[in-house]
Design a protein around this ligand. Structure first.
Ligand code: F0G
Length: 397
């Protein structure tokens, strides 16, 4: 979607955005619609379907930064959105658009986050939500969210790619309006993250923005946002966009690392980070242009590397879902390989909330070397005393 933006005075528009932070109007409380000059597609007076998304924290994570680099690391936590993932930014834009066009039924295929977000915004708009998810391949929490919001859930196929292919095939005959990231309004909403991020940094761009890559909608949106901010004179220097995929589901990384210009889909994508278990990303061409334009690059990380990164983040008091921790693991790998210099200014986008996949945490943290964290104790004082003494050692107050 390309706009002929009217000429903005960068200083004035920054002030307008900043002043809206003090407003009590619902439209200004949204971290997407506060930047509405960047998404001028909605009709004046249109009903905005919002859950006060965005306005997510930017947090310095020193311990993780020193582990991953050392780099100056901050995380932008998109898990603090209404349904717990970055998808809410795109969804408010997309559902607002759908409703303004009289659409009564929306559909998507999903690894779990798009679906829970779509279900919430559709409920709010009082329209019907239909989702296609791969059978038993999305986390229980995400499925529960979609059910809670009253969506119709179709479990079909073994992979996201299969569910998405089937949905696209059946959509025309069933008259379905798709809200996957192939829908341009999703990208429009999602791109506002860069305005919010830069505002939080007093408009000083970082050296790198690191994102996990699945269907590659988010990286495309971030690239588009950066490009428009540059064109509008809001930034002069463009951060390099780095996309990290899970090793077992990394067709995009394989393409760039192999110097190829064509994407070869991965037939059976495999990773514990189910959010990004995608073998045939729909937005790869857009993401490729983002890398070219920002001089960005890609990396892939194993499930073990993701777990280690997630554990270090937890030591900083920051939780996230596994797919999000791929950014930290990728940063560490890239610093070690000399592709990101030490002490660089790096922002990792954490895309989903810690509680999105508690099964993963319970499974990983109950493994042999971690199991000393969990005690089952008989309910009497002596047993408790013994158990605590043994577990805490000299750490007692
Ligand atoms: N992180 C999380 C937590 C996600 O849920 C997703 C994608 C990504 C990263 C990757 O973003 O696809 O824009 O490259 N989840 C989609 C879904 C596919 O259906 O929820 P992407």
């Amino acid at each position: 979607m390309k706009y002929e933006f009217e000429a903005f005075d960068p200083e004035k528009i920054r002030q307008v955005w900043h002043q809206r932070l003090l407003s009590t109007e619902p439209i200004d409380r949204s971290g997407v619609w506060r930047f509405r000059e960047l998404i001028p597609f909605s009709d004046p007076g249109a009903r905005i379907i919002s859950l006060s998304e965005g306005s997510t924290p930017l947090v310095e994570t020193r311990r993780t930064g020193s582990w991953a680099g050392p780099v100056h690391l901050t995380i932008k936590h998109q898990g603090n959105n209404p349904t717990g993932s970055f998808k809410d930014l795109g969804m408010t834009a997309c559902i607002t658009r759908a409703v303004s066009r009289g659409i009564r039924l929306v559909a998507c295929a999903s690894t779990g986050n798009t679906s829970s977000s779509m279900a919430a915004y559709a409920a709010r708009a009082d329209i019907k939500a239909l989702l296609f998810v791969p059978y038993r391949q999305i986390s229980a929490a995400k499925l529960a969210q979609a059910l809670d919001f009253g969506a119709l859930v179709v479990e079909v196929g073994d992979t996201f790619d299969e569910a998405f292919r089937l949905l696209r095939e059946i959509a025309p005959e069933m008259g379905l309006y798709l809200v996957n990231s192939v829908n341009p309004y999703r990208i429009e909403g999602q791109k506002t993250i860069v305005a919010e991020l830069l505002e939080q940094r007093a408009w000083r761009p970082p050296d790198y923005i690191v994102v996990p890559g699945g269907n590659l909608g988010n990286s495309s949106a971030i690239g588009k946002g950066l490009r428009e901010l540059k064109e509008l004179g809001l930034i002069q220097i463009v951060p390099r966009v780095v996309i990290v995929q899970a090793a077992g589901a990394s067709p995009f990384h394989q393409m760039t690392a192999g110097g190829s210009s064509d994407l070869k889909p991965v037939e059976r994508p495999e990773t514990e980070a189910t959010a990004i278990r995608i073998g045939n990303p729909a937005n790869w061409k857009k993401a490729k242009r983002v890398l070219e334009w920002t001089r960005g690059f890609t990396e892939s990380v194993t499930d073990q590397e993701i777990f280690e990164a997630k554990s270090i983040l937890a030591e900083d008091g920051v939780g996230c879902e596994p797919a999000s921790a791929a950014t930290i693991a990728g940063t560490r790998k890239l610093v070690r390989a000399g592709k990101i210099p030490q002490h660089a200014d790096v922002v990792c986008i954490l895309t989903g909330n810690q509680l999105k996949d508690t099964d993963y945490i319970m499974r990983r943290r109950s493994e042999v070397q971690e199991s000393s964290q969990r005690l089952r104790v008989e309910p009497n004082m002596e047993a408790l005393r013994q158990a605590l003494k043994q577990a805490l050692g000299h750490a007692t107050a």
